[in-house]
Design a protein around this ligand. Sequence first.
Ligand code: PGA
Length: 247
Amino acid sequence: MRSKLAAGNWKMNGTQEALSELAAMADAAKGAAEVLICPPATLLASAAGRDANIAIGGQDCHANASGAHTGDISAPMLADAGATHVILGHSERRQDHEESDALVREKTAAAWQAGLTVVLCLGESLEQRENGETLDVIAAQLNKSTPDGATGETLVIAYEPIWAIGTGKIPTTEQIGEVHDFLRAELNTRFGAEIGNAIRLLYGGSVKPGNAAEIFAVPNVDGALVGGASLKAADFTPIIEALNASG
Ligand code: PGA
């Protein structure tokens, strides 16, 4: 059975005082679901180790381990700061920094080298969905962004339709289910059933306390990657609890 994962992506939000939210999430984090918070890099070291049940992750890493790359952070540096996970290929990185699938693949390999679990994001734009290209786009992103050798411990996939991120719009549960079933089949084909069935599939995009239970009831949804609603324990706690309560 795959363990469930509630992952929070704080994006470019939060200074030291935001870390008090971790303590407020601690009780919910004792449940069956794993809990991961990805704060901005400036908070990683102080967030790590605050609560044994809350794992800490980065939001990006460089493909190289070190070197002349001003402003960048490498995977070994994330691990050194106490991170166990890293989000890669988020659509905001793909858009703001023109990250290609090939670069995301290189970063994933670098993160694995440093012992990090990668939460790899993919998803279609509204135009691609309206043109009926969703599954093709997702298959291409999955296959081009993921190196060989993935396992259930080293890779988590987050399906995040770009049009659902930060918009309050979410796909229907049928649409989420279609993509997640498709991703499961693609992973089984690529990595074999044992590994393909062990890789967690998260849904991301406008997950809120009010819609979490319905999303978690969809087959092949193993948790969520949550942006805005992960910033405050008052919002994230009910999402973790809904995941703890899901079958
Ligand atoms: P959102 O962001 O929950 O604020 O829509 C999700 C994400 O970008 O991971």
